[in-house]
Design a protein around this ligand. Structure first.
Ligand code: F3S
Length: 283
């Protein structure tokens, strides 16, 4: 049996950088906090907890802390949260992905110039919530779907800057921008979608179309893993969504010739290797 492991499976550059930052701060000693879970992966978060890392769930917790290091995850934080952290007694280590940081800069600069900011993305995603928090003028508008794009209204002479959540789908982004353009608005569009997501999805699609079984590994809360699962299921009827190799135990063994494996951006290498070995030995 042949196993085809996607080259893009697992941590993207920004997630790897953030996770490595936490492990290296742990090595340096002292009390370590992450602002929110560092990634959507229970295994990694609990491993870090065992090493004494505490997740700060709410900005109000900061008042109660007098020392230690707080690490900002790849999704970034709003300017307001950044200010609270910087004014606290904690050492701040900013592991915001540089691609996300660039969006913060665009939003801050353009809103300061008086432009209206539109973010194409999911309202409740922490990355989007942080991006909108860099607006210095009018609050940003978040557009997630066609209805919201159709309902969007701005003044006749308003200049609008449109940015995107880094993991948004390019085709949908273009559709929503087109709706805004057709309304006659003066839109300056900055495509801030990260190519890592599109590349991972494209590779998963291509592998899934050639295998007897496709395995997608990732945490149940990871939206990019869910998306990968949808894409792969479309191409390969026998697509499995697993969090670790233990989820494969219930799977009936069969005579498979070719098995594909991919993983979401927050899946660590060791979990991918364990799944790969399990398949090699048992299928
Ligand atoms: Fe950064 Fe792209 Fe990953 S924006 S966090 S490298 S998906």
């Amino acid at each position: 049996m042949e196993i085809v492991l996607a080259k893009t499976a697992g941590f993207c550059f920004g997630v790897k950088r953030a996770v490595d930052t936490v492990y290296s701060e742990v090595e340096s000693g002292g009390k370590i906090y992450t602002f929110g879970p560092i990634i959507h992966n229970k295994e990694v978060v609990s491993d870090l907890e065992k090493k004494g890392v505490t997740v700060i769930k709410d900005i109000d917790m900061i008042d109660q802390l007098s020392e230690g290091t707080v690490i900002i995850r790849s999704h970034g934080v709003s300017k307001g949260v950044m200010t609270v952290l910087e004014n606290s007694p904690l050492k701040v280590v900013d592991a915001t992905c540089p691609f996300v940081k660039k969006i913060h800069r665009i939003v801050e600069e353009d809103s300061t110039k008086g432009k209206r900011i539109v973010v194409i993305g999911s309202k409740n995603h922490p990355e989007v919530m942080a991006i909108t928090g860099w607006c210095t003028g009018l609050p940003a508008t978040v557009i997630e779907n066609e209805d919201e794009a159709n309902d969007f209204r701005a003044g006749d002479n308003e200049q609008i800057t449109v940015v995107s959540q880094t993991t948004f789908r390019l085709a949908k982004f273009k559709e929503l921008v087109e709706i805004l353009r057709q309304k006659g608005y003066n839109v300056d569009v900055v495509n801030t979608i990260c190519s890592a997501t599109a590349e991972r999805q494209e590779e998963a699609r291509s592998i899934a179309s050639t295998v007897d079984m496709m395995i997608v590994i990732g945490d149940s809360k990871s939206s990019n893993t869910q998306k990968l699962y949808e894409i792969c299921s479309h191409e390969c009827k026998r697509t499995l969504y697993v969090q670790t190799k233990d989820d494969l135990v219930k799977e009936p063994l069969g005579s498979l010739r070719r098995v594909g494996i991919t993983a979401g951006a927050s899946t660590p290498k060791n979990i991918i290797e364990e799944v790969q070995n399990y398949v090699r030995i048992n299928f």
